[in-house]
Write a protein of this length. Structure first.
Length: 72
């Protein structure tokens, strides 16, 4: 097997193992505050190629405005 195949199988295996924890965290975030628990963010990678990344929300919505920071 090639390195790419091993990396893919390892990533899928780890995702399956941690998915119950991720689901639990999403439920906690939804009960704790209003707004989306999972964010879809656009990033720029190697050679300027854009991709989407998913992230759990760790701040309350509108926190940057409360702190006087610019939202980007």
């Amino acid at each position: 097997m090639g390195k790419r195949t091993i990396d893919f199988l390892l990533a899928v295996s780890l995702l399956i193992l941690v998915s119950p924890l991720i689901l639990f965290l999403i439920i906690l975030i939804l009960f704790d505050s209003k707004g989306k628990a999972l964010l879809k963010l656009k990033r720029v990678g190697k050679n300027g190629q854009e991709f989407y990344m998913y992230k759990l929300r760790t701040m309350y919505p509108g926190t940057k405005k409360l702190q006087g920071l610019r939202s980007s």
